[in-house]
Design a protein around this ligand. Structure first.
Ligand code: ZN
Length: 246
């Protein structure tokens, strides 16, 4: 099976369209969406509809912290993020809100675990940004493959039989073999708000037959998304960030 893993779409229609177009050429059998469908971006309803469509066709979908913040006070979000969530709430139908509120925090399928942030205490939205932060996910789960998002920068960690965790370098567009003597944690980069300086939308393909994970980047019309952010009256920093990529 070839599984497309997308996360942190953040209401960015142009980025999601570009990723789905890229995926259309990659013989994808199924999708997994790791949360944060909304927040930061100007097209929350369109993005929820698209994800709901993918879910109806079998996609795995879990909830992110921005999805959770719809309709509930969340002091953990910074003021800018909260402002966009409040703007987003007014644009969503009851059906959209119900869709977000019914998403599970984690999904386990076969030897894979899908979660938005760190797998330990997933409701605490802990960022997995280094080996020490990756370790608790391996401790709390027996899954051979764990996939999360939340960080907005792609990364790859593995854990050996003795519990030692290490980070791995990888290139884009080339499959990384996930050798079976280790367990793996893939932090998938953000579709709609990349924060690693390139501004390119990020996603990944897990080929379970070949046992390879491929990180991909794809350009999209970030100027259009930035223009929409500005004309919606959302914070200027969020528009600039899309073009700069950090
Ligand atoms: Zn996010």
């Amino acid at each position: 099976m070839r599984l497309a893993i997308l996360t942190d779409i953040h209401a960015n229609r142009e980025a999601l369209e570009a990723v789905l177009a890229d995926a259309a050429g990659m013989r994808i059998d199924r999708f997994a969406i790791l949360g944060d469908i909304v927040g930061y971006g100007p097209d929350p309803d369109w993005c929820i509809d698209k994800v709901a469509d993918l879910q109806a066709r079998g996609a795995i979908t879990v909830r992110g912290n921005h999805d959770r913040a719809i309709g509930v006070p969340d002091g953990a979000l910074n003021a800018q993020a909260r402002r966009v969530i409040d703007w987003t709430v007014d644009r969503l139908s009851a059906v959209h809100k119900a869709f977000l509120s019914e998403l599970p925090l984690t999904v386990t399928e076969e030897d894979m675990l899908f979660v938005h942030a760190s797998a330990n205490d997933p409701q605490d939205w802990i960022y997995v940004t280094n080996e020490n932060h990756a370790m608790p996910s391996f401790r709390v789960s027996k899954a051979r493959l764990i996939f999360c998002g939340h960080v907005h920068k792609p990364a790859l960690y593995s854990c050996d039989l003795s519990g030692r965790v290490m980070g791995h370098q990888f290139g884009y567009g080339t499959g990384v073999p996930l050798i079976r003597s280790r367990r793996w944690l893939g932090v998938i980069g953000s579709v709609g708000q990349p924060r690693d300086g390139s501004g390119l939308a990020s996603w990944s393909v897990m080929d379970t037959d070949r046992n390879e994970l491929t990180f991909r980047r794809v350009g999209y019309d970030s100027a259009t998304t930035a223009r929409k952010v500005r004309s919606a009256g959302l914070p200027e920093a969020l528009a600039a960030r899309l073009v700069k990529g950090f």
